[in-house]
Each structure stands twice: as C-alpha cells, then as structure tokens.
Ligand binder design. Structure first.
Ligand SMILES: [Zn+2]
Length: 163
C-alpha cells in the first residue's frame, strides 16, 4: 500500500490518500482510493477497475434472487440507472462505492422512503417501494445500468463473466 499526500479540497490542508488494490475472483483487479483529511475530517473514496473488463456501459438484468448478489463497482464518474423504477443515481464527488445489487436497492429504498413523507409524492413512492419488494423476492425484474465515461465502474456477476 502506498500513501500519497494531496491537498484537501475542503480546507486545503495536506491529507493522506491511500491506495488499496483488491482482487476480485474471476474478474480481476480493482483499485480503491481513500482520502481522509486529518484537519477537517473530509472523507472521499473512489474506485477504478484495472482489469480488461473496462467498459463505458454495463447492463445486467436482475430477474432472480441470486442476481441480487452481483457486485456493483461504482466510481465517482459512474451514473446508475434502473429504468423500471425510474431511478437515476448521479455521480458525486468522493462518493464511490462497492456494493451488491441488494445494497444498491437498499440505498434507493432509503431515499424513496424519505420522499414518501411528501404527500404529493407518496403514491409514486409507495409504488416504487412495492416494486422493490417484488424484485427482492424474485417476482419482478429490473435492469441495472451503469454509464461511466472513464470505464472505472463495473457490474460483476457470474452470468456476465461467463458470456
Ligand atoms: Zn480538510
């Protein structure tokens, strides 16, 4: 692991950036970057796919409970879309993540639950939450799409790898 100094985008102090290479079985290597500023506490992460699987657009049909275990590597330049739910997660500086499809659905759920407090959005929000429950139990399907112009994001699933 190498440590590199970089100036903090919030307070300008010198902060430490860590690089953590991680091997994903049957896929290849990804690099995880973490920057933590010791003066102001700013925290940022990013990920980058290093394997030959680099693609600008990844798509996976989630149609069974097993598909929920596929791994989603989302860099800070990746946009996630789930057309069936009308969901789009825009890239955000410092907020990369590695999660399962189920984990992504949990993130969507918590945002939609917040929106459902607004009475004008309640009906639509409840429809989305119901659909998510159906997807989680394998009764409904959805498409997970990641668009990443840098090719740093990926969806890693057996069925993608075998193709
Ligand atoms: Zn700082």
């Amino acid at each position: 692991m190498d440590d590199v100094k970089e100036s903090c985008p919030i307070c300008g102090a010198e902060s430490e950036v860590q690089f953590l290479p991680t091997e994903i079985p049957y896929f290849g290597e990804i690099m995880i970057f973490t920057a933590v500023c010791s003066s102001c506490g700013y925290h940022a992460t990013d990920v980058m796919v290093l394997s030959e699987e680099r693609r600008k657009r990844c798509e996976l049909l989630i149609s069974s409970v097993e598909d929920l275990n596929a791994l989603v590597v989302r860099s800070t330049s990746g946009t996630i879309e789930i057309p069936e739910l009308g969901v789009r997660i825009e890239p955000k500086r410092g907020e990369a993540f590695i999660s399962t499809v189920e984990g992504v659905l949990r993130r969507v759920e918590s945002v939609v639950k917040m929106l459902s407090r607004d009475s004008a959005r309640k009906k639509r929000a409840n429809d989305v939450l119901k659909r998510i429950d159906e997807i989680k139990s394998g009764e409904a399907s959805m498409t997970l799409i990641i668009d990443d112009p840098t090719g740093s994001s990926a969806i890693i699933a057996d069925k993608v790898i075998k193709n």
